[in-house]
Write a protein that binds this ligand. Structure first.
Ligand code: NDP
Length: 287
């Protein structure tokens, strides 16, 4: 028989996850604070528990996908977790994940933390390339890898329970940087007779073309030599920043998204790093 699954939390994400186990033929027990949200899954064959405690007691593998760490606290408070394989897919900070792992272990549970790199429509769609970062108990990960791999791929990133959250935050932080740049780009054309839908494909292709730069950054960090393979020197790039700022001004666009990054570039150049490219900005961020 396929591993039976308990799912706590039937929000947009929890429901999407739960549905894939049902579809794959796993017995599924669900619980949600607002019971009405379980109705659709019940109709598809899920067993609806009357309480979180009852749902936890039903199966060894318990998957949690709630709003945030404090809702996990509220839901699991006072519940017997002995011998439970607890997989927490609730987004949290690395510190919260580590504390949650310790908290679970103290209660006799094994613990795996997860960070979901997908939005709900990508769950259960293998070609969407979505996956879940997992960290914590390797034994638990290996035991349930097949079951955990049903809604999305799995990428185990270490025994430190905080690493899934850290990887999740690293990727999403980079995403916000990208979105910030995209916002500025569209703002630059807003008052012109340029169709945003004509800029969009060029913008998307350009971001994809630039994305491999992350490998050079990683090589620089690993070797400590920030000048290797550099084609666009920091000196050249800083010399170009007034062009960007003047263009923004001419287009009536606030430079507030670009300026902080340019300021870091300028400071790194002032340290005598003109032959590097942008890797050295990282040194200014960490303390
Ligand atoms: P929703 O807002 O759709 O659902 C939140 C869930 O948490 C509901 O089941 C809600 O119950 C429950 N909940 C909130 N507070 C409490 C509480 N105090 N006690 C009990 N239950 C509570 O969120 P999602 O399902 O979208 O997200 C769930 C997790 O998945 C989050 O950590 C999110 O960051 C993560 N995630 C979501 C993504 C997305 O695009 N949606 C992408 C990647 C990760 P009730 O129905 O009773 O309100």
């Amino acid at each position: 028989e396929k591993t039976p699954v308990t799912m706590l939390g039937l929000g947009a994400m929890g429901t999407a996850l739960a549905r894939t186990w049902l579809a794959a033929g796993h017995r599924l027990t669900v619980w949600n604070r607002t019971p009405a949200r379980a109705a659709a899954l019940a109709a598809e064959g899920a067993r609806v528990a009357d309480s979180a405690a009852e749902a936890v007691a039903a199966n060894t593998l318990v998957i949690v996908c709630l709003l945030d760490d404090s809702s996990v606290d509220e839901v699991l408070a006072g519940i017997d977790l002995a011998d439970t394989d607890l997989v927490n897919l609730t987004t949290s900070t690395p510190a919260q994940a580590r504390a949650r792992a310790e908290w679970a272990n103290e209660r006799g549970a094994r613990y795996l933390d997860g960070g979901i790199m997908a939005v709900p429509p990508m769950i259960g769609v293998p070609e969407a390339g979505s996956y879940v970062f997992c960290s914590g108990s390797r034994e638990l990960f290996e035991r349930h890898q097949e079951t955990l791999g049903i809604p999305a791929g799995t990428t185990y990133v270490g025994m430190d329970a905080g690493f899934a959250a850290l990887h999740d935050m690293a990727l999403l932080s980079a995403m916000y940087g990208m979105f910030a740049g995209v916002a500025h780009a569209f703002a630059l054309i807003h008052k012109e007779d340029i169709d945003p839908t004509s800029l969009a494909p060029m913008l998307a292709d350009w971001l994809v073309a630039m994305a491999p730069a992350v490998h050079q950054t990683a090589d620089h960090l690993r070797s400590g030599d920030y000048t290797k393979g550099v084609v666009s020197t920091l000196a050249m790039q800083v010399a170009g920043t007034p062009t960007f700022l003047s263009t923004a001004e001419q287009q009536g666009v606030s430079p507030e998204l670009l300026s902080p990054y340019f300021e870091l570039m300028r400071r790194r150049l002032a340290e005598g790093s003109g032959e590097e490219d942008l890797t050295g900005v990282i040194n200014l961020l960490v303390h």
